[in-house]
Design a protein around this ligand. Sequence first.
Ligand SMILES: Cc1cc2nc3c(=O)[nH]c(=O)nc-3n(C[C@H](O)[C@H](O)[C@H](O)COP(=O)(O)O)c2cc1C
Length: 205
Amino acid sequence: MVGGPRRRHTTLPGPSPATQALTGSPTVTTSPSEEAFRDLMAAFASGVTVVTSRAGEQDGGMTVSAFFSVTLDPAMVVVSLALSADTTPLVERSGSFAVNLLREEQRELSIRFADRIPPEQKFEGLSLERGMGGVPLLQGTLGTLECRTEAKVPVGDHYLFLGRVVTVHGGRPGKPLVYWDRDYWGLRESTGRLGAPGALREGAP
Ligand SMILES: Cc1cc2nc3c(=O)[nH]c(=O)nc-3n(C[C@H](O)[C@H](O)[C@H](O)COP(=O)(O)O)c2cc1C
């Protein structure tokens, strides 16, 4: 995640890019500062997942918004995990991970799994199922993808993990938890569906 909450924009005056996108007052930055990059990324909405893994007897899980599907055939996804996260070495060692797609009612889970607390505390009181290799699968989500790592690409202080989807667990129907403008949002106040259903689907994963 780039547009995240760790460091808030403090130096650029004026409205945030998220607000600019709504009000239409543009700024141009030709040599992008970290702030400009972060701020624009904050204007881009994403869903929220929790990536879980297990290596040996150790469970781990972390909130991840840097997730996307790459191809349908074969079914492949990418997650971007910080080298500093405790979950990352578990994904490296086990060669597998699960991506749990959060529903909008699961904001508390996102906050919990984004916290730098011991993994035991993250899973405390949660009812879990276990997947391949014992990977923890969160319950009450939109669904979970179990993945086997096919490639690991170091990029700066993150690894990109390319995962082949080996199992799709359907979850509860519902709306996704959305992260935008450095905060959580639901779609209840949505302006509605834009465009004909399926109009843009051809060829898109
Ligand atoms: C909404 C949100 C999205 C996040 N997305 C990512 C991400 O895509 N990649 C990442 O490395 N960290 C991301 N984080 C930060 C991690 O969840 C956080 O560093 C976590 O404490 C790591 O847990 P761990 O050290 O127990 O593995 C995100 C945090 C939030 C709140």
